[in-house]
Write a protein that binds this ligand. Structure first.
Ligand code: ZN
Length: 278
């Protein structure tokens, strides 16, 4: 097992807006900056009704790097017109990312319970392939995030890093890589091997951290703060860094329990947990 030291400072700490979802993006920007956070990943819902370019300037004024826009994807659909609609929505996301100054879009690829997973995977590959000219024109990259298999029915037919790597390899584009989210992949016995493969492909575009609680009481909204669960965070970060990754460590937590806390205290706890456990 590789030994890895704690992170020396907060220079690679990014927080997703959904982690502190009760805050507007303006509030998040000032609170994150005051706490010494250096990166922000913006969820699309926080941009609703806003001037996106002006929001990008606001984040920049706070010294925050926009790490990515969350999220695109949801490509599969039984009917062809719905698949076209999904591709159009992803084009819109690429436009938003460019306006915001986000170099990357995280893809939750989608799945449809009424069709075979193989069919959904094919539609995902076709959907991403259709976007490649837009990526090239805009410079915005796409990160395929494998999701835990408990979401295979309706959120993503890409459930392991191996499947994500296969997809990235088959597309063969410098604009398509992977987002490694520990919550989704920590259990996988092939994880170390597949992270090394992502590294060889030069395709580790993002790294998301949180923790897995026992028992987990909600499939979506019961993620833990780092250190609250059983995910070997330092070990996985060592693998990701051995794969050449030097980008942000992104804190992405959906939790009814933590959203219910005083959010200033929660932010302080995130910073402490980042120092102690990531
Ligand atoms: Zn994630």
């Amino acid at each position: 097992m590789p030994k890895i030291a704690p992170l020396p400072d907060l220079s690679r700490l990014c927080i997703h807006t959904i982690t502190t979802r009760t805050w507007s993006i303006e509030t998040a920007a000032s609170k994150f900056a005051a706490a010494g956070v250096k990166g922000i990943t913006v969820w699309r819902d926080t941009l609703a009704g806003r001037d996106i370019a002006a929001t990008g300037r606001l984040l920049d004024d706070h010294g925050l790097s926009v790490v990515s826009l969350c999220r695109g994807g949801f490509f599969p659909a039984v009917d062809f017109p719905d698949r076209i609609k999904a591709i159009d929505d992803n084009r819109k996301a690429i436009d938003e990312a460019k306006a915001l100054g986000a170099p990357l879009i995280v893809l939750v690829c989608g799945s449809v319970p009424s069709q075979p997973l193989e069919e959904s995977r094919k539609q995902i590959a076709d959907g991403i392939a259709a976007l490649l000219p837009d990526c090239k024109a805009s410079g915005v990259r796409l990160a395929v995030e494998p999701l835990h298999p408990m979401y295979a029915d309706s959120r993503s037919a890409i459930n392991t890093l191996r499947q994500a790597n296969d997809l990235v390899e088959s597309l063969g584009s410098p604009y398509v890589g992977v987002a490694i989210d520990v919550y989704h992949v920590w259990w996988d016995s092939a994880l170390e091997t597949e992270i090394a493969r992502s590294g060889r492909l030069g395709s580790i575009f993002a790294y998301h951290v949180s923790d897995w609680r026992t028992p987990t009481t909600d499939m979506l909204n019961d993620r833990g703060l780092m250190g609250e669960g059983c995910i070997p965070l330092r070990r996985i970060r060592a693998w990701v860094e051995a794969g050449g990754y030097r980008g942000f460590n992104e804190v992405e937590i959906f939790s009814d329990r933590l959203w219910g806390q005083n959010q200033d205290q929660f932010l302080a706890n995130i910073v402490q947990a980042y120092r102690d456990h990531v």
